[in-house]
Write a protein that binds this ligand. Structure first.
Ligand SMILES: *[C@@H]1O[C@H](CO)[C@@H](O)[C@H](O)[C@H]1NC(C)=O
Ligand SMILES: *[C@@H]1O[C@H](CO)[C@@H](O)[C@H](O)[C@H]1NC(C)=O
Ligand SMILES: *[C@@H]1O[C@H](CO)[C@@H](O)[C@H](O)[C@H]1NC(C)=O
Ligand SMILES: *[C@@H]1O[C@H](CO)[C@@H](O)[C@H](O)[C@H]1NC(C)=O
Length: 507
């Protein structure tokens, strides 16, 4: 049983979405039908009102698309669609191939057909930054954005290629991103940007849209997750532009994944095997138990996210044995196949319900989708199990600590592990709340310690590091409430626990 509905499938872009759609869903529902119909009807009338107040065609079509998503959400609730756990199988070795098993490719002719896209809708809020996350400096004075541009520049130069670099922004990140990328124009680097959709948040109790007018405040809207890529790529005209300029493949990744560089082997494999969709997955460790995984369901490869797992199976889902890989969100898409799917309106993705509270304290929900969920719609889709080095996300200042340290070297915008590290594992680093914001992180670390021989670091409390500190083995530094620890410049800590109070003052 698919959690999607026949509703979305029967919709046709050329007729009015809303009117065709509505009577059909009514007939498929039983006793819940009445409240369903009432909710759908009031939302429709509010969305229609919003549409009439705007002259913007894009806005109007987004409200239609949102309505479709909303009715699918109601429908799934009514049917209580859940996966049948017993039907879930581990994917076969043909469905998920190992990176080591795909042929090496030195030739670069496939690059002529490639475009690179970064998902750039997110803000740096969790790391205490205002503005787009991609603007955070991560290495040698360069931001995520700078590093991604470097990588594509390098490809262009090395292979004489012409790889377009595209950013999918959200209404939260667009303005600031455009301001930042201006500097590239001087180097005649062209970046293509487009916005993902802007959907109305829904009140949790009544399911009614929060915004009362198209110009309602920004926190009454939301960008509906990266699964919106497909709709936005299509509606913005970027998909057609790419196809018209001879591009056939799109490499998509999160802008904060510093390991997501263009890999010629995977690209060539995609071309040779004529697959329409590749998801890069990697071996799960205890740190990744919540990541989405690939499964075989009725003979088809599908993404399984924790949100879709029935409560009684959540522990199963987290197990490293049964589901031993997870989605890196590095995704390769055949653009012609995508165009076909979008023309047929065949891209319904599992809905992820995100509960939020607005600044003003209102409880709302956001209906979101994930880009990887599209795997089930593509022909001959595969997972490729890649080395961990292709998954290097920066979600916290602990990650930032690692990627700015001597553990990595920067080569043409690409981070590679320092060959001087003996073990090719990444140390486990946990920095406490005092380090959570980038500003605090920077002020508490005079320089990033040397960590070539570090296995594990935990820091909690009011701790400040001097410059040129070296950490080896397992180091735990705990300043309890009211205490303060200064790690002196030049200190070497190897397998040490530091507690209590240590204050170093200039005199
Ligand atoms: C993208 O969003 C920004 C911020 O809301 C807006 O100023 C800009 O006009 C949008 N761009 C397009 C092409 O709609
Ligand atoms: C890649 O090359 C093309 C063609 O020379 C150029 O338009 C584009 O700006 C280049 N992209 C980057 C990121 O350098
Ligand atoms: C969101 O709230 C609903 C109740 O309105 C609840 O059933 C659901 O589990 C919540 N989801 C999450 C992820 O907290
Ligand atoms: C950094 O610390 C190490 C180990 O204490 C020391 O050998 C080295 O000279 C120091 N370097 C600088 C630049 O202070």
């Amino acid at each position: 049983m698919s959690p999607s509905t026949d509703v979305a499938m029967t919709n046709n872009r050329n007729s009015s979405m809303l009117d065709r759609h509505h009577p059909h869903t009514l007939s498929t529902l039983d006793f819940q039908g009445a409240s369903y119909a009432a909710a759908a009807k009031s939302v429709k009338s509010e969305l229609d009102q919003l549409k009439t107040e705007s002259k913007d065609k894009m806005f109007q079509s987004q409200m239609d698309a949102f309505y479709l998503l909303f009715t699918r959400f109601l429908d799934e609730r009514a049917k209580r669609c859940k996966l049948d756990w017993d039907k879930i199988q581990s994917p076969s070795p043909e469905q998920i191939v190992r990176y080591q098993d795909i042929p090496e490719c030195k030739a670069s002719q496939d690059l002529q057909k490639l475009a690179v896209l970064k998902l750039n809708g997110g803000l740096g809020t969790t790391m205490g930054c205002v503005g787009p996350k991609s603007a955070i400096e991560v290495r040698d004075g360069m931001s995520f954005l700078d590093l991604s541009v470097r990588q594509v520049e390098y490809l262009n130069k090395t292979y004489g290629a012409d790889v377009p670099f595209i950013l999918m922004n959200s209404f939260n990140t667009d303005e600031e991103t455009k301001r930042i990328v201006k500097k590239y124009e001087r180097h005649s680097v062209t970046l293509r940007t487009f916005n993902q959709s802007k959907y109305p948040r829904i009140k949790k109790e009544s399911f009614l849209p929060v915004p009362r007018s198209p110009d309602s405040p920004i926190d009454e809207w939301y960008p509906p997750g990266h699964g919106d890529l497909y709709e936005s790529l299509y509606q913005s005209g970027v998909l057609d532009e790419l196809l018209a300029s001879g591009k056939e493949y799109l490499f998509v990744s999160n802008v904060d994944n510093l390991g997501a560089t263009v890999d010629l082997n995977i690209l060539h494999y995609m071309v040779e095997e004529d697959t329409d969709f590749i998801m890069e997955v990697t071996d799960k460790t205890r740190a990744d138990i919540k990541g989405g995984t690939l499964i075989d369901y009725d003979g088809k490869i599908r993404l399984l996210e924790i949100a879709q797992v029935p409560d009684e199976h959540v522990e199963d889902f987290k197990s490293i044995k049964k589901f031993n890989i997870f989605n890196t969100n590095n995704i390769w898409i055949n653009l012609r196949a995508l165009k076909r799917l979008m023309d047929q309106d065949n891209m319904d993705l599992e809905i992820i319900v995100n509960n939020k509270t607005t600044d003003s304290g209102q409880k709302v929900i956001q209906l979101e989708t994930a880009v990887g969920a599209a795997i089930k719609h593509f022909g001959n889709a595969r997972g490729v199990n890649v080395p961990r080095s292709r998954f290097l996300p920066v979600k916290s200042t602990s990650d930032l600590f690692l990627v700015t340290s001597d553990l990595y070297k920067l080569v043409h915008g690409q981070l590679t592990m320092n060959p001087q590290r003996m073990f090719h594992t990444v140390p486990l680093v946990k920095l406490g709340d005092e380090f959570k914001k980038v500003n605090n992180f920077l002020s508490r670390l005079k320089t990033i310690p040397h960590i070539l021989e570090l296995d594990h670091l935990t820091v909690t409390g009011d701790v400040v590091f001097g410059s040129n500190v070296t950490l080896k083995g397992t180091v735990i530094i705990v300043a309890n409430h009211g205490e303060h620890i200064d790690i002196p410049s030049g200190a070497v800590l190897e397998n040490k626990i530091v507690t209590g109070c240590l204050r170093i003052l200039d005199h």
